[in-house]
Design a protein around this ligand. Structure first.
Ligand code: PLP
Length: 402
């Protein structure tokens, strides 16, 4: 197919949910992708924070090939056990923060969040859920209800009842909102879609204490931050906080559609057969890929690369900010979840356009914020190449406007 034919078919046959740029990607390798005409691009989006080992990593294609030659489907909610699933479960038990020991697999992040909200209500016998302004938890009806961004909510009202919103990083608001009707609090340890918002030190720990004191379950959404995206295996790993549920997806299987939720033994004891399931949940193909990806992250100490390359990138972004203090409001990030906040949407729009002209993909969140979240095994020279393109794009965009 030619690129123009591809675009014609997609434009004609899919709903107009997303505005696309006129580029049709055929293949990738690491942080690079190529369009149908053979042009090379640098992908600083990692397929929306998913391809943690880069595009077309052999560890993923090998796992897919090997497992698909054995068996693809035999779900967690089916009749029989699966060695591929057991192998992944054992590995996940080694990396999950205490006290999360019971794991169930899903097919996406929203599906994992949807399930834990449902199960938190069952486990506590309470109905209310507290979520955060600017938080993002998915696009199903219950996860859109837990999402604190109007653009994902207002067109679909009325959403699910019993959701309340409070400001993120605000313990006073939380303590005022907790009462005997609150089943769960759901939040991201760093708000990703909200614009890479990092809470103050001690916030998550105190939040967990307040939830416990109110017998409210704490749901940590690590869908964007998990699997070394911010450095450690999970953003909460070094914080010594006890979540009741944790949800995962995106990086878990490096691009293969897969997700998971984990819960404590204590919560698991409050649930019973029939409470949850799904035709494809825990399918051996996804389990084999997730196992290969997580093992690779551990064996190759990808966490160290994330910290080192992330710090380096943030340094360069700080220098860029100092060159344009009147246009760049802030740069921030953890590991390889980085953001540059511009003073106005017009500048951010121009920068994204100039990046595309230079064949660099970046994502824009909340209008003024550009997020950079490349593959976690990105090499220093690849980061340099992408950042040099980004800096030139900023330069160009700002000069054009002023
Ligand atoms: N939660 C967070 C924090 C996310 O960033 C996302 C996706 O961006 C989701 C949930 C939804 O995941 P999925 O798109 O796999 O349904």
């Amino acid at each position: 197919m030619t690129a123009s034919k591809t675009m014609q078919v997609e434009d004609k046959c899919t709903p107009l949910f997303f505005r696309k740029i006129p580029v049709s990607i055929e293949r990738g390798a690491g942080v690079q992708v190529w369009d149908e005409a053979g042009n090379r691009y640098i992908d600083f989006t990692s397929g929306w924070g998913v391809t943690c080992l880069g595009h077309a990593h052999p560890v993923i294609s090998d796992a897919l090939l090997e497992q698909s030659g054995k068996i693809i489907q035999n779900p967690s909610s089916g009749l029989t056990y699966s060695p591929a699933r057991a192998r992944l479960l054992s590995l996940m038990c080694e990396i999950l923060p205490v006290p999360l020991t019971r794991i169930f697999f899903s097919n996406s992040g929203a599906e994992a969040n949807d399930a834990v909200i449902k199960l938190a209500r069952k486990a506590t016998g309470r109905m209310d859920v507290i979520a955060m302004n600017q938080g993002f938890h998915g696009r199903t009806i219950s996860t859109a209800s837990a999402t604190g961004q109007n653009k994902h909510r207002e067109k679909f009202n009325p959403l699910m009842p019993n959701y309340r919103f409070i400001p993120y990083d605000n313990l006073e608001a939380l303590s005022g909102a907790l009462d005997k009707n609150v089943a769960a609090v759901i939040l991201e340890p760093v708000q990703g879609e909200g614009g890479v918002i990092i809470p103050s030190e001690g916030y998550l720990k105190e939040m967990s204490r307040l939830c416990k004191a109110n017998s409210t379950l704490l749901i940590i959404d690590e869908i964007q931050t998990g699997f070394c995206r911010t450095g450690p295996m999970f953003a909460i790993s070094p914080l010594n906080i006890e979540a009741d549920f944790m949800t995962m997806a995106k990086g878990i299987a490096g691009g293969f559609p897969f997700g998971a939720f984990a819960m404590s033994e204590a919560v698991s004891m409050l649930l019973e057969p029939g409470d949850h399931g799904g035709t494809y949940c825990g399918n051996p193909l996804g389990c084999a890929v997730a196992y290969a990806v997580i093992k690779y992250l551990l064996d190759h100490n990808i966490s160290a690369n994330v910290m080192k390359t992330g710090d380096y990138a943030l340094d360069r972004m700080h220098q860029l900010m100092m060159s344009y203090p009147e246009k760049i409001m802030e740069v921030r990030g953890r590991g390889l979840l980085l953001a540059i906040e511009f003073c106005d949407v017009e500048t951010a729009n121009h920068v994204v356009g100039k990046c595309l002209n230079r064949r660099l993909f970046v994502t824009q969140t909340q209008g003024t914020i550009i997020r950079i979240f490349p593959a976690l095994n990105i090499k220093r020279e690849e980061m340099d190449e992408g950042l040099t393109l980004f800096e030139a794009a900023v330069d160009d965009a700002i000069k054009r406007i002023s």
